[in-house]
Design a protein around this ligand. Sequence first.
Ligand code: ATP
Length: 367
Amino acid sequence: MNTQPRTTLGVVPGAAAATAVPGTGSAGGGYAVHATDLVKTYHPKGRGKAVPGGVRALDGLGISVEPGIVFGLLGPNGAGKSTTVKILTTLASADSGSAVVAGFDVAREPGRVRRAIGVVAQRSGADPVATGRDNLLLQGRLYGMRGVELTRRVDELLTRFDLVDAAKRQVKTYSGGMLRRLDVAIGLVHRPQVLFLDEPTTGLDPEARTAMWEEVERLAGSEGLTILLTTHYLEEADKLAARLAIVDRGRIVAEGTPDALKGELRGDAVVVELAAAAQDHLPVVGAIGAVPGVRDITVDGRRVAARADDGAAAVPAVLAALERIGLPVAAVTVSRPSLDDVYLRYAGRSFSSAEAGHSSVLEGASR
Ligand SMILES: Nc1ncnc2c1ncn2[C@@H]1O[C@H](COP(=O)(O)OP(=O)(O)OP(=O)(O)O)[C@@H](O)[C@H]1O
């Protein structure tokens, strides 16, 4: 579901500052983004009035993002990522809790927050019938930029995002990857301190996705910019985020560096595919559980998964144990813990089942 606003924030009242001045706001404890106990419920409307019930999109969510890093907000569809971004970018208000962005309180100083941030929403906000260049110029003017300063900045961004040749073409002729690059350039015109990227690679082909990843890495490395990125791609969070928070049902269930989160899961994943489904799970669990250093065994049809201190060393003994109870093996894989494993541990369900659960809820709601 995409309930996103347009990419640009529109006219910023009193936005004379072309460049945000770092550190002008003093709240937030030195964090680029500091949110505490955010709660937000969407109420169904009956005849234009809110009626009881509703969806609790945020249920006490809190995050602290240090300046100058890429921070990932990772969660399945419906976890509450977009709602968090909307509140942090002043496009929605929380029922309770507080948030400070670039030193400014989102509820009390929304204009200042808007001047200090750039937003790239899930859906492009670029004007399709205007050229790429005109979109950038318009955005700069909305932020009070004029003259040589603006044209220099626009030229710099067109070069940097590899859009010089397409600059004078209408945006509706752009490929998906070009459009996303333009969206990010639009978000950066006024040199924000904090850039929000809401699912920046959703819908892109693999090549354009890789190009966007490289761009995000370059941005984070070169400009001292803080980037808050939401994603439901585990691989994307793992690759880009210096730190990440896992969101589930409107709360943060784990937070840390991707390596630290994965490191908390001791051992490798060993997955055995049996030649035929096991009739009885108990002998399988007993046989494999007797192998030293192997634990957390689950049997699901032909698939037997376990965790092992040293996966490669455990495999021969696991295969021998299965052979002893008469279960031939078709294939075996050993892998390091992934963020999917992290999600399973902290959210208590697999990422894919959380995504599937959300879509079935939505299907039910639309009936
Ligand atoms: N305007 C709205 N009215 C009613 N319910 C909403 C609205 N916006 C979001 N929700 C619900 O709030 C919950 C959180 O949605 P949100 O869009 O923040 O999640 P998300 O993690 O960003 O997911 P997605 O990637 O699908 O956008 C979901 O259950 C969603 O259906």
